[in-house]
Design a protein around this ligand. Structure first.
Ligand code: PEP
Ligand code: MG
Length: 595
């Protein structure tokens, strides 16, 4: 009998292959580790040598990652380098060796335990990522001290067999060494969608499921497994029927993808001639070429905070300028909407020293952080203004709640333009500034807010969580997170009408735009642009080209009268189901998992 386990989908693709369990774990340090006085200096030197070695290994990996994956991705190693230079961690360990006469292994283990307990009260994904970095550093240093084989080499495979890698958690340094020719899938016990390993798995196009729970202890090398990176499901000990069902599903997906590829460069226009603009959401500058190849007409949301998270220091103006310029140059003549740092919530860069908050999603987040940290914000705005010389860059502010947040930002941008002009940089005569509408407060003042911005972009991921008071990251209440709740539908309609009445562009960059029914609803509300992750571009193009605006608008009129999410879904499904086979779509209403 096969066993089905569900985790979080992290990188799409279906694979059926044997498993290899990677035990890249912190080694157990032997007990009885007290040393005599005359060995103290020797232990300290051993510890320093192991740290130097670990730093050098990380540097080599960083260089390799920069070459093979990208410069931004290579920065994921920075926190580990910083840890190896941290006085509290390193000098603290040396102090423990000296005072307690412990071996280097024991002393370092103690110090790391203290760090872990300080960090582990939090369940924020970013803090969890820090713990993974710490474990990586700990493993590397301890293995060196204990004369164990280098973990990087141990992670390699030499027989060329294709397999699914199963691990408790993958650290970035192991992930970048994986060869997509042999590692055809990854499944981990822990991890988050935003964990560095998940980001890298997507860049390397290796199907990946994270957070499966206790998997690495239940499977053994050679066990067969099915992994579905679209749905986040793994099937252990699959039967022939399971294998057949997934082969069939894989075949259908590939066939469907081939059908969609043909649409990539056709315009996003409805059957009755309504033209929409379909853009891409990207998290890393390197994704922009991929998005363009999939037919994106520009970038609707570039999440710049990925330049910042996991960093010990704020990225400078020059580095940001290069990243923004790179994205702008990927889309000559097309808009690239760059969102200013959306920090806080679940993204905490080390250099901001953000304290722990009871309710981080209701706390110091996004535009609030930017306005309170003018130096960080000004550096970003200067980089953005400079990059405007290389493309059609538009600036977008996250989590706007009040008009003053827009007007204060305008003052800062105007100052940056003045300074840059005086310094001899080319600066634009005008610039385009938009607000994300992602709180009910912003939605309800949309008619007034529209007078102060050049465009709206609706962030439905947050708008849904704030409207319904349902945490978007809490799996226990995930079924209550329903973007088709009538309250959300009415707010969306109000925002679209307010923007249209004010004559500004209304785009949508939250996940609702990537759902077939959501896109249909938004088309009917008259949204002018949709922005979705690159994998969803073709499917949403298919929706746009299959429907008429008239039918979608009639669907909206009905949905606005509905009194439950089920009713809204029924109305939309009935209409869209008449023109498309909804079971083929991967997003949300996806191809159902074979049961
Ligand atoms: C949103 O909230 O819908 C959005 C696009 O922003 P993020 O998911 O980055 O919060
Ligand atoms: Mg948001």
């Amino acid at each position: 009998m096969s066993v089905v386990r569900d985790g979080i989908p992290a990188s799409p693709g279906i694979v059926i292959a044997p498993v290899r369990v990677l035990r890249w774990e912190v080694p157990r340090v032997p007990h009885g580790a007290v040393i005599s006085e005359d060995r103290v200096e020797y232990e300290i030197q051993r510890f320093r040598d192991a740290c130097d070695y670990a730093r050098e290994r990380i540097r080599v990996l960083q260089e390799r990652t920069a070459r093979t994956v990208g410069e931004v991705e290579a920065r994921i190693f920075e926190p580990q380098v910083l840890m190896l230079e941290d006085a509290d961690l390193i000098d603290g360990t040396i102090g423990t060796i000296r005072e307690n006469h412990l071996t280097a292994e024991r002393a370092f283990e103690w110090r790391v335990l203290e760090w872990e307990s300080a960090l582990s009260h939090s369940s924020h994904p970013m803090v969890l990522d820090r713990l993974a970095d710490l474990a990586d550093v700990q493993t590397r240093v301890l293995r060196r001290l204990m004369n164990m084989p280098d973990p990087d080499l141990a992670a390699r495979v030499d027989d060329g067999e294709k397999y699914i890698l199963v691990a408790r958690e993958l650290t970035p340094s192991v992930t970048v060494q994986l060869d997509p020719k042999t590692v055809v899938g990854i499944a981990t016990d822990l991890g988050t969608r935003t964990s560095h390993s998940a980001i890298l798995a997507r860049s390397l196009e290796i199907p990946c499921v994270v957070s499966v729970g206790n998997l690495s202890d239940t499977v053994h090398d050679g066990d067969e497994m099915i992994l579905d990176g679209r749905t986040g499901r793994v099937v252990l000990a699959p039967t022939e029927e399971d294998r057949e069902a997934y082969r069939q599903r894989d075949y259908l997906i590939r066939e469907w993808e081939q059908e969609l590829v043909l649409l990539a460069h056709l315009p996003a226009v409805t059957r009755d001639g309504s033209r929409l603009v379909l853009r891409a959401n990207i998290d890393l500058p390197g994704e922009s070429d991929h998005a363009r190849d999939h037919g994106a007409e520009g970038v609707g949301l570039y999440r710049t905070e990925f330049l910042v998270v996991g960093r010990g220091t704020a990225p400078g103006e020059e580095e940001q300028y290069r990243a923004y310029r790179r994205v702008a140059e990927s889309f000559p003549g097309q808009p690239v909407i760059i969102r200013t740092f959306d920090l806080g919530g679940d993204k905490f860069p080390a250099f901001l020293h953000m304290g722990r908050e009871e309710n981080p999603f209701l706390g110091w987040r996004a535009i609030r952080v930017c306005l309170d940290e003018p130096e960080v914000f000004r550096t970003q705005l200067r980089a953005l203004v400079r990059a405007m010389a290389h493309g059609e860059i538009r600036v977008m502010l996250p989590l706007v709640n009040e008009i003053s947040e827009v007007t204060r930002t305008r003052v800062l941008i105007d100052q940056c333009i003045g300074e840059l002009r005086a310094e001899g940089h080319p600066v634009p005569a005008v610039y385009t500034l938009g607000a994300m509408v992602e709180t009910p407060a912003a939605a309800l003042i949309a008619p007034e807010l529209a007078k102060h911005v050049d465009f709206f972009s609706i962030g439905t991921n947050d708008l849904v969580q704030y409207t319904l008071a349902v945490d978007r990251g809490n799996s226990r209440i995930a079924s209550r997170y329903n973007p088709f709740h009538p309250a959300v539908v009415r707010l969306l309609d109000f925002i679209c009408r307010s923007g249209r009445d004010a004559g500004i562009e209304v785009g949508v960059c939250g996940e609702v735009a990537a759902m077939p029914l959501g896109a249909f609803l938004l088309i009917g509300m008259g949204a002018s642009s949709l922005s979705v992750g690159p994998p969803a571009l073709a499917e949403i193009k298919k929706v746009i080209r299959s429907v008429t605006y008239e039918d979608a608008a009639a669907g909206v009129a009905e949905a606005l009268k509905a009194s439950s999410p089920e009713e809204v879904l029924q109305v939309l499904t009935a209409r869209l189901g008449r023109v498309l086979d909804l079971n083929k779509f991967s997003a949300s209403l996806g191809l159902s998992r074979p049961e």
